[in-house]
Design a protein around this ligand. Structure first.
Ligand code: ZN
Ligand code: ZN
Length: 407
């Protein structure tokens, strides 16, 4: 990673030239975003989306190839030796019905780009265009990666299919549009910036019966309700207070009628955490969760089946990559607008890349009350201040130039 340490600023002429070119492309950028917005597609069903990305990149002279079904990868080879940087955008939308009066409202009923992935794709496509135009100023190679199914941890499939190889990636950068931060600001922090996520499914089985004769049955409802209460003590009694952990039950199913003790209770939920740990250590909240579920079931004479899906590991930003991203952001935004907003406990599968190669994940503020873009991510009224998108493109382009600069 020596090339990161030796970073001098990009020559001013080139920097201004890039900025002006991106401003010239602003309407193309917004058109791309609105088009993706109108035709949102769920994870691994991004068929139209992938095709649009391919058409755009191929028109620029890129060779594209598919990965994980609907993922698209393109490589920009400067022809000069050097490092390999991966720039990543996610592609998928959410099962949310959009509430909007805008003419670019979702045309796919019940599906919406409520997490801003439409803007991520638009920014990365325009960045690919500008970087290709500036190929003569580059060294090494840039891999543009459009990834399906971020919302259900699709990144691991790209890793398994070799996205970090051929050529081997030396660093990875991603940007997420972020409505918790005002427009015109950007957050770049070292260390853990997004949480890990385990999803659990618990089935508590007792013995059904008449609610008038509970002594002849085994009530799984009382056991399940005890589980729901007791696992909340994991955060307050078993974890270090500096290691926030959230355990939530999103689905509980049991019973058919008021006077019947049901045979079983089925529950699903999430365990989120903001720290990294060895799975066998006492820092693992999911191990504690399993212990409490099994212990309570035993106490109530029920049986317990537990299924855990390790959906995302925490996203950790590499310190050198953070330094480089901050240098870049200082050119794009000016230093006072770079903040360290810290950690967000929501999870992001970019962690699958950044746990394997040094990475940085940047939060690009887009909240502006006058433009009604302050709604939370995943909300049916979520929208973006499109004026920040040129800044995102500039971060990609100048970040790549900084990263790839010759030793
Ligand atoms: Zn999301
Ligand atoms: Zn997202």
């Amino acid at each position: 990673m020596d090339h990161i340490k030796k970073s001098d600023p990009i020559p001013e002429i080139l920097s201004d030239c890039i900025q002006n070119r991106i401003i010239d492309l602003k309407s193309e950028l917004i058109d791309l975003r609105r088009d993706f917005h109108m035709y949102p597609e769920l994870g691994f069903q991004e068929f139209r989306t992938a095709q649009k990305i391919e058409v755009y990149l191929q028109a620029l002279g890129f060779e594209t190839h598919r990965i994980a079904g609907t993922g698209v990868v393109a490589l920009l080879d400067s022809g000069k030796p050097g490092a390999v940087l991966m720039l990543r955008s996610d592609m998928d939308a959410l099962p949310v019905t959009e509430v909007s009066e805008k003419d670019y409202k979702s045309k796919n009923e019940g599906v919406m780009h409520a997490c801003g992935h439409d803007s991520h794709m638009a920014m990365l496509l325009v960045a690919a265009r500008v970087l290709k135009e500036n190929k003569a100023s580059l060294t090494g190679q840039i891999k543009f990666v459009f990834q399906p199914d971020e919302e259900v941890a699709g990144a691991i499939r790209l890793v398994e299919e070799g996205v970090l190889e051929n050529p081997r990636v030396d660093g990875v950068m991603g940007i997420h549009i972020w409505s918790l931060i005002p427009s015109g600001r950007v957050s770049i922090s070292p260390g853990v910036v997004m949480g890990g996520l385990d999803v659990f499914k618990v089935r508590v089985t007792g013995k059904g019966g008449h609610t008038g004769y509970p002594h002849e049955a085994i009530d799984p409802v009382i056991a399940a309700s005890s589980i729901i209460q007791t696992v909340q003590t994991i955060q307050t009694r078993e974890m270090d207070a500096q290691k926030p952990t959230i355990i939530m039950f999103g689905k509980i199913q049991a019973g058919k009628k008021a006077n019947i003790i049901p045979e079983e209770v089925y529950m699903e939920g999430t365990i989120r955490f903001l720290h990294t740990f060895d799975p066998d250590s006492s820092d693992n909240p999911t191990q504690k969760f399993i212990r409490i579920c099994e212990g309570i079931c035993q106490a109530h004479q029920c049986t317990c089946e537990i299924e855990i899906e390790h959906e995302n590991i925490p996203l950790v930003n590499d310190e050198k990559m953070v330094r480089l991203a901050k240098q870049t952001a200082a050119q794009v935004f000016g230093s006072p607008d770079i903040i360290e907003s810290g950690k967000y406990i929501a999870s992001e599968d970019f962690s699958e890349f950044s746990s394997r190669v040094p990475g940085v994940f940047i939060f690009l503020g887009c909240a502006n009350k006058e433009k009604e873009t302050q709604f939370p991510l995943h909300n049916s009224r979520f929208n973006i201040d499109e004026d920040v998108l040129t800044k995102g493109v500039e971060l990609h382009v100048k970040g790549a130039l900084e990263f790839l600069k010759e030793k």
